[in-house]
Design a protein around this ligand. Structure first.
Ligand code: ADP
Ligand code: MG
Length: 419
């Protein structure tokens, strides 16, 4: 009887071999010791290489994902199947976005951050980034990291010193952070502090500082963290390394001789707010309404992407096509969707990890009518799987622009040294 448990012996290694690996959607079931879905409505199993979750009774139907992680799978397994390849490709010059979606208490933060003994996607990605740099001596790398949160539809810079709770939409002490777009960087927040980092320890320390800023800002940390979206972005710049016969030259002369331009790509690691509806009406009026706005808009965009695919086939990239897209896809209705626009519209590799909990012990997931919320998460994941199409391309190595000259100087000075 395989009811209620996934077959963890599935061959997950073969998942990416069909070349459709630009968008990976996974479901992770959080352990809930000894308790099954109270009404036995949900069951899940892994069928050959395809994962399915079946919802019995209402609405019926099976949902297909790239991975379903069961309660036996640790963070390493989740990372290896859902994010490792994406991280490597970011190092090669693609944009990559990983985000965790699900109700509060289902394991988003556990999956993204993990614990000291069971590190999550963020620390495992950091380890891989530096391994890649060591394995790629022919290129040199510059790493910049930023960390922001979206709270009440307001962007806070978690690396720029103290932030206020921002209750009722009041501004904190920070300068207002806006989202801008340019062709090379995509959508980015400004002004936003970026730290240059040269070792895994430094990078982890910067992120820990951001986590701390979030903790300090929230009088009730859990309440805040379940209502805000946390976005770590690691910008990777690289260029071909100067050959050994020029390495004796002064730093200032060297960059002029290096043949390649600078390639820039971004890894975004996002821990979304809890997807449940705000529990009481007071909350809904204030903070909850904004969270819902961002997550609702995300849901709307993902749902509408499917009609977008048809337009794509006819006139890829035409001005008319682009204009009509922006009209029916409301990216600009929320900060979250605006920030995720490059990822959702196909310029980035994407991995979505949807977390669910099946069972009914004393968690937020259980306190809500959890079957309905769980089903919402499963549907979200399924729509994302069906609708998001990525045509992500490797970033060009640009030469000669003003910004690029700045990058080259920074690379000269702050590149990661191979130990
Ligand atoms: P979320 O960020 O989605 O609100 P958390 O990641 O904070 O949820 O998880 C809630 C609790 O459940 C935490 O105590 C966490 O350690 C635990 N937890 C979540 N997922 C797992 C898992 N896969 N294995 C073990 N513990 C987990
Ligand atoms: Mg969390």
């Amino acid at each position: 009887d395989t009811r209620g448990r996934a077959d963890s012996k599935t061959d997950r290694n073969s998942l990416h071999k069909d070349g459709k690996g630009n968008v990976i959607v996974s479901v992770r079931v959080r352990p809930d010791v000894g308790v099954k879905d109270s009404k036995q409505e949900l069951e899940w199993e892994v069928n050959n290489k395809r994962a399915l979750v079946a919802y019995k009774g209402r609405e019926g139907g099976d949902y297909y994902y790239d991975n379903v992680f069961d309660t036996q799978d640790n963070n390493r397994r989740v990372y290896d199947a859902a994010a490792k390849r994406l991280v490597r490709r970011v190092m090669e010059g693609y944009h990559g976005t990983v985000f965790a979606y699900g109700m509060t208490g289902t394991g988003k933060t556990f999956s993204m951050q993990g614990t000291a003994t069971n590190p999550g996607v963020i620390p495992l990605a950091i380890t891989d980034i530096f391994s890649y740099i060591r394995e790629t001596p022919q290129r040199e790398f510059l790493l910049r990291v930023s960390y922001l949160e979206i709270y009440n539809e307001k962007i806070n810079d978690l690396l720029a010193g103290p932030i206020q709770p921002g209750l009722n939409g009041q501004p904190g002490p920070q300068e207002e952070i806006k989202l801008r777009e340019d062709s090379k960087r995509g959508v980015y927040a400004t002004p936003l502090k970026e730290e240059i980092v040269q070792s895994p320890t430094q990078l982890l320390r910067v992120i820990a500082r951001g986590d701390n800023a979030r903790r300090v800002a929230g009088t009730q940390f859990n309440a805040r963290s379940s209502r805000s979206h946390a976005v770590v972005q690691i910008v990777v710049e690289s260029r071909e390394r100067a050959s050994t016969n020029v390495s004796g030259l002064k730093e200032s002369k060297r960059s002029a001789i290096v043949p390649g331009g600078v390639r820039v790509s971004t890894l975004s690691l996002i821990d979304l707010a809890g997807s449940e509806k705000a529990a009481d009406s007071k909350e809904r009026r204030t903070e909850g309404s904004h969270i819902n706005k961002s997550l609702l808009t995300l849901g709307t965009v993902i749902a509408r992407l499917s009609s977008d695919k048809e337009g794509d086939k006819d006139k890829p990239g035409s001005a008319k096509d682009k204009a009509s897209k922006e009209k029916h896809l409301p990216y600009r209705d929320s900060k979250l969707t605006r920030l995720l626009q490059p990822a959702l519209s196909g310029n980035s590799l994407v991995s979505i990890l949807c977390t669910i909990q099946i069972g009914s012990s004393g968690s937020v997931a259980a306190a809500n009518s959890h079957t309905g919320e769980t089903l919402n998460t499963l549907k979200f994941a399924s729509r994302a799987k069906n609708n998001i199409v990525s045509h992500a391309k490797k970033a060009d190595e640009s030469l000669g622009s003003g910004a690029d000259a700045g990058s080259r100087a920074l690379l000269d000075r702050y590149r990661v040294e191979i130990q």
